[in-house]
Design a protein around this ligand. Structure first.
Ligand code: SF4
Length: 464
């Protein structure tokens, strides 16, 4: 462990980790967002090793907190900013998928890895799970509920857009035990919605949310985005105020990422869409929204998520950042055992081929980084807006805070953090850059162990 790691950094590494010396840390602390999620590097296994590891893991009972993620890879239309689209919703494919996922869940449920311990949160995501018809939704949710050991207070989230979300589908979800809806709204402004490929107009979305709230059987959390094409700061704040007036239980406020190789970037380059806000402008949107949410009395369980009171627990999102063990089902789903990460086949043909042959449809597996527990502690706490140095030192087994001191000092000077009682807290400008900051801490940790370590420099923000 080299605690003078900062003395031998190359200029490139220094820039990635420390960012820019500036008085205006909100808009200029770093040039842009480096990655979508902070994390360490894992080591991919060969297919033979993956097969062996999976056999071993699936036969081992597990205890402690657990999550379930189900990926439904269908959408009725394709949104231009999205990196998650897989397949258009075709009835025959969705029927085959439903049969497959029910079998996958029921087969897994017989193995000790899946049948032991209680599951604290289930997230049905995608894609758009609401693209399935109500009978298919009922069968899929029934398999989760009846085959897996859900804790009594398990958070059971169904993610969907409001498009084609019929009363019947909502009833099926509620009857199967769904207690949280996560609704992708992005914006209530019809012009902005249409520009990014959403279908319903703003009025229809509002009516659907009112309907879910009126039923009063599940928490309703919505996603809003800032920095969208055509969106001004006041449009964004208007969206927040609309959501507030609808009395949603939670709001996830996400920064638009224009991926360099994404569809939206091509549309912008071809002048089919206007340039959206730059990262620096997004920072100003962020600050304004932060002030509005605080003034409205919302609580902030994590950097992008605000809750009206305690009904939206947002358990899945928080626990997944902690590195909690996660069972993955469906096509293109990512999960983890205590020591490995894995993902299932994205394409339906191999996914169904393996499931129908009675095999877990694993496409790849990797050994988690050596210090993955420390990485998770860092990403989880930073995503909550703080870092407890005593927790860090206890997990490391020595004074890791000394290793981070040059970075802390640089952030403190730029007013991105405060540090008191051995707890670091992110200021609003630190909160805007929280992903870069968590990634920098992980990079420093790795460089202190190995000076040759190369920090990842993802290509995320095409909007700059
Ligand atoms: S509905 Fe969701 S997953 Fe599907 S394309 Fe739009 S944003 Fe992506």
């Amino acid at each position: 462990m080299n605690i003078t790691w900062h003395r031998s950094l190359t200029e490139d590494k220094k820039k990635l980790i420390f960012g820019n010396e500036t008085e205006d840390s909100l808009t200029k602390a770093y040039d842009k967002k480096r990655t979508v999620h902070a994390g360490g590097k894992s080591t991919p296994l060969t297919p033979e090793d993956a097969g062996r590891e999976w056999m071993k893991a699936s036969m081992q009972p597990v205890s402690g907190e657990k999550l379930v993620y189900v990926n439904v890879p269908f959408c009725q239309t394709r949104c231009s900013y999205c990196g998650f689209f897989k397949n258009f919703a075709k009835p025959d494919m969705m029927e085959a998928f439903t049969n497959g996922i029910v079998r996958e869940i029921e087969d897994c449920a017989r193995l000790p890895h899946f049948s032991t311990g209680n599951i604290n949160a289930v997230y049905i995501g995608g894609g758009t799970p609401g693209a399935l018809d109500s009978e298919q939704i009922g069968r899929m949710l029934g398999a989760v509920r009846n085959s897996l050991p859900l804790a009594n207070d398990c958070e059971f989230t169904f993610e969907t857009r409001t498009f084609q979300l019929t009363d019947e589908k909502v009833d099926v979800c509620l009857n199967a035990g769904v207690n949280r809806f996560s609704i992708g709204v992005q914006s209530f402004d019809t012009r902005i919605r249409r520009a990014i490929g959403r279908v319903d107009d703003g009025e229809t979305v509002m009516k659907n949310i009112e309907r879910l709230k009126r039923i009063n059987e599940a928490a309703v959390s919505i996603d809003l985005m800032f920095g969208l094409p055509y969106q001004s700061e006041s449009d964004y704040i208007e969206d927040i105020l609309t959501a507030h007036s609808l009395e949603v239980d939670g709001m996830a406020l996400y920064q638009l990422n224009v991926f360099e190789d994404g569809r939206m970037n091509s549309q912008i380059k071809d002048e089919k869409l206007p340039k959206p806000a730059s990262t620096a402008q997004q920072a100003l949107f962020f600050l304004k929204a932060h002030q509005v949410m605080q003034n409205l009395g919302y609580l902030q369980p994590s950097m992008a998520h605000w809750v009206r009171d305690t009904r939206d627990r947002s358990l899945y999102n928080r626990m997944s950042k902690k590195g909690t063990l996660m069972h993955a089902f469906g096509a293109g789903a990512g999960g983890r055992t205590h020591s490995h990460g894995y993902f299932t086949h994205m394409a339906l043909e191999p996914y169904l081929g393996m499931v129908n042959a009675g095999r877990k449809p694993i496409m790849g597996m990797s050994l988690q980084a050596d210090r993955h527990r420390l990485h998770s502690l860092i990403t989880y706490q930073i995503d909550c807006g703080f870092l407890r140095l005593n927790d860090l030192d206890a997990e490391a087994g020595f004074s890791l805070s000394e290793v981070f001191e040059p970075l802390f000092e640089s952030w403190r000077k730029r007013r991105m953090i405060t540090l008191a009682d051995r707890t670091l807290k992110l200021t609003p400008s630190g909160q805007f850059w929280y992903v870069n900051m968590a990634q920098s801490l992980i990079d420093v940790l790795e460089i202190a162990y190995d000076s040759e370590y190369s920090p990842a420099a993802g290509r995320v923000a095409g909007q700059n």
